[in-house]
Design a protein around this ligand. Structure first.
Ligand SMILES: [Zn+2]
Ligand SMILES: [Zn+2]
Length: 809
């Protein structure tokens, strides 16, 4: 048998990869195992069936719509030339709303052609009004560059699209400001370059008809809150020049997109969510790797575990076969079946492990077959990425293991199978990744392989949380004072603030301005509030308080990037493995006085996980529910924490190599927390012995943090927790869960708002885990500062039962 037996004839290319259009022609179907047959063969491999659920996602027929009457013949011809025969219903609906002047967000699935929804009204306006301009914002330069190519390819007269970002040569900038009518940029450039230079941009802003915000679901948390104010500053400058642009936003499928887009822009936004593009049916399987026999919990297939004598070295015992190994085997099996497969793996190193392992198995079976599998990661040049995509679409490659570098702006769809190694954090990302599978008119397979953690375990046993639930809302909090105050300072530099501006910047703006006056940053005059300093305030949209730490490569002195002060102890401690644009570095030294970390390139086969100890005090209560023996609270807290050690964990297996101590100073954080208290009597009545209360609360806290991403678009690293049998401020057994960002990013608020469903899911996740005394799938946490001790799994269930029995739904 040779690799030629794996015919590539059926892997005809889907036409027109670069186009963001909808009504494109897809590849013809060919022979090959049906998804159901394929899945049957995959699950028959082991002694235990790893599949916990199979969902059939039916095929959808596309619903085309007529071209809007206002779209000129020239514009239609340009799109037709690029393969768009007609818009789909959702594209036409969003385009019509935007053309009529309504702010609109189109939130539909992967490859549903969202760009046509904004290109149509924006370009039609540029063609009919020779003075009008359009500003397009993307979260990454690469996506803006892809959009530029798409718009330029339409070859429309007088549009002169151009990217304006940090890479734009000085010499071209003035030409762009003066002549381009379709400027593509990112929020950072808008914040650092365009708004401070608004005088030079006055001609462009005065005529601004549309602001397009692509991939707007990426503006979440603290970053999203900053971007929300950058957009308010943009609206303020436009208003000064007499312009009121229409905002058109494109989002991945997300919960309540109208509210999220409204929070982001500060405007009323209409949502279009009914996806009318066609897609093939998908058989979606949830897959839980089997438990390992207890005696071989370190796994016989990996090098001997170095447990050593370090504290905590054995506190995360591998209980299940690793998701990476399971994914690698599945990839090898699907490729051996001749099925074109994409495997999503969270880290680049993980993707390489999966690809290498699959290659090895295939070569063992058929020498040479391993060459049909590759790894794909961020950091490749555009040409290299395109070559890999081409090879996969033409069938030269059959298997690709990738990080989510594919998620943004790369148009690779129509695969026969997608393997998702570990829940990607949100249902929105899950659907985006699964959406790569399935060509029109052809069935495909998607498999979610659960990792050994509470959220993944919960999901594979609760398919309704994936298939029955709406995707989560994008959470951001523009009222965060740690975001609002610096943004108001930036606005004041651009033009003195007036009372009318305070309404624009929303809740808390008056208090923030008062504080800026009190601190001497602003001066109040009859005409408004003025910035008092010569220099502009330094505000990093992606930072979160504290001076940023510069990451410098020791051998060359090259500045790789910056990390905000808040995360630096976690990410840049000595010995940390630090990833930058897909390249791995190891930190030699963290100098907090000079604000820099020295690193060298190195790609060890472990990852590092910092651990901290935490103290917390309650500052104020914003809101609470008094439920008899149970209290549920939302409020401000002060968190004092110190990163004290880090674990090294082997990437391929997750096995803990050792725990090493660190010597870093304590840090203070004022943030927002949600917490619940229980009376000691109610715990006793539920059968929790007083000696077990600390372990019960601690276990409940870990699992609650692990499950919060089910409710909000955060991951467990955005949030922290603390539990105690008696807290001095609450005088009761208490579990706190807090936002890891100064001032809060909306996560704790969301947890409070959805408390009963959040804690219900937490309780079920613990109760349904097959382990006996607690494991990483339920109550153990990879970032616990106490080495996962004490933990009591059965008592955690009792604690949560008491809370749920008393808390109103
Ligand atoms: Zn467990
Ligand atoms: Zn802990």
């Amino acid at each position: 048998m040779t690799s030629n037996d794996f015919s590539s004839a059926r892997l005809a290319p889907r036409h027109d990869l670069e186009s963001s259009s909808a009504a494109t022609v897809s590849a013809g179907p060919g022979p090959g195992p049906s998804p159901a047959d394929l899945l049957r063969r995959l699950r028959a491999r082991g002694a235990v069936d790893p599949v916990t659920h199979v969902e059939r996602v039916p095929a959808r027929v596309g619903v085309p719509a007529p071209w809007p009457s206002w779209a000129s013949a020239e514009l239609r011809a340009a799109f037709t030339q690029r393969g768009v025969v007609a818009p789909w219903q959702h594209q036409a609906e969003a385009a019509n709303l935007a053309y009529e002047g309504e702010h609109v967000v189109v939130a539909t699935g992967t490859a549903s052609g969202k760009s046509l929804a904004y290109q149509l009204p924006a370009l039609a306006t540029l063609l009919s009004d020779p003075r009008a301009t359009v500003l397009y914002l993307a979260p990454t330069k690469a996506l803006a560059a892809d959009q530029l190519r798409a718009v330029a390819a339409l070859e429309l007269e007088g549009v002169r699209p151009a990217c304006y970002d940090g890479d734009t040569p000085r010499a071209e900038r003035e030409w762009i400001r003066r002549h381009s009518r379709f400027v593509l940029t990112n929020p950072d450039m808008l914040h650092h370059g365009i708004l401070p230079g608004h005088a030079q941009w006055s001609g462009f802003l005065r005529r601004l008809a549309y602001v397009v915000i692509d991939e707007c679901h990426t503006y979440r948390g603290v970053f999203g809150s900053h971007v929300a104010h950058v957009l308010r500053r943009l609206r303020r400058q436009c208003a000064r020049f007499g312009a009121t642009p229409v905002f058109v936003l494109a989002s991945a499928t997300s919960g309540d997109p109208a509210t999220a887009a409204g929070r982001l822009t500060g405007l009323p936004v209409t949502a279009v969510t009914e996806d009318a593009s066609p897609r093939g049916g998908v058989t979606f399987a949830l897959w839980e790797p089997p438990l390992l026999p207890p005696e071989s919990s370190a796994s016989s297939s990996v090098p001997a575990q170095t447990t050593g004598g370090h504290d905590g070295a054995t506190d995360l015992i591998q209980v299940r076969r690793s998701a990476l190994r399971e994914t690698a085997d599945l990839l090898a099996d699907t490729v051996a079946e001749g099925v074109r497969t994409l495997a999503f793996v969270r880290s680049r190193k993980g993707a390489e492990v999966v690809a290498a392992s699959a290659r090895r198995s295939l070569d063992d079976a058929v020498p040479g077959l391993g060459d049909r599998v590759a790894a794909y990661r961020g950091g490749y040049l555009r040409e290299e990425r395109r070559e890999l995509e081409r090879a996969l679409l033409h069938g030269d490659l059959l298997g690709l293991a990738s990080t989510n570098a594919l998620e943004l702006g790369v148009d690779l769809v129509g695969l026969d199978a997608v393997l998702i190694c570990g829940y990607p954090g949100t249902r929105a990302s899950l659907w985006q990744q699964a959406g790569r599978a399935g060509r029109s008119g052809q069935e495909a397979l998607a498999v979610l392989v659960a990792r050994d953690d509470p959220l993944d375990t919960y999901l594979v046993h609760h398919p309704e949380a994936i298939f029955g639930a709406p995707v989560e809302a994008t959470v951001l909090d523009p009222a965060n004072p740690y975001v609002l105050a610096p943004q108001l300072a930036c606005a004041a530099v651009e033009a003195p603030l007036t009372p009318a501006d305070l309404a624009l910047f929303g809740d808390g703006a008056k208090e923030a301005v008062d504080e800026l006056v009190a601190s001497g940053a602003l001066r109040q005059r009859p005409t408004g509030w003025y910035w008092r300093h010569r220099e502009r305030p330094e505000v990093d949209l992606r930072g979160e308080g504290g001076a940023p730490i510069c990451v410098v490569e020791s051998s060359t002195g090259r500045l790789l990037g910056t990390v905000d002060g808040g995360s630096s102890h976690f990410l840049l401690h000595p010995g940390a493995v630090y990833l930058h644009q897909g390249v791995s570095y190891v930190v030699d030294d963290l100098d907090l006085v000079d604000g820099c970390a020295l690193v060298h390139t190195e790609e060890p086969d472990w990852s590092t996980h910092a651990r901290d100890v935490t103290d917390l005090s309650v500052v104020s209560v914003r809101s609470y529910v008094d439920a008899g023996p149970v209290g549920m609270f939302l409020g401000e807290v002060d968190v004092t924490s110190q990163v004290v050690s880090y674990q090294r964990r082997r990437i391929a297996t997750g096995e803990v190599i050792d725990t090493r101590p660190l010597d870093l100073p304590t840090r203070e954080l004022r943030t927002v927390a949600v917490w619940f208290t229980l009376s000691p009597q109610s715990l006793a009545r539920a059968g929790v012995q007083s000696a077990d209360v600390p372990g019960a609360l601690h276990a409940a806290e870990h699992a609650a943090i692990g499950l919060l991403p089910l409710m909000a678009t955060c991951d467990r690293w955005d949030i922290g927790g603390l539990s105690t049998a008696v807290h001095p401020d609450t005088e009761a057994p208490t579990v706190f869960v807090y936002d890891g960002h100064p001032g809060g990013a909306g996560f704790a608020e969301r947890a409070y708002g959805t408390a009963s469903s959040w804690l219900r899911a937490t309780r079920d996740a613990i109760a349904e885990c097959g382990c006996e005394t607690g494991c990483p799938s339920c109550v153990q946490s990879p970032k616990c500062g106490n080495g996962n001790s004490p933990l009591s799994k059965p008592d955690a269930i009792r604690v949560l039962d008491v809370v749920l029995a008393n808390l109103p739904a």
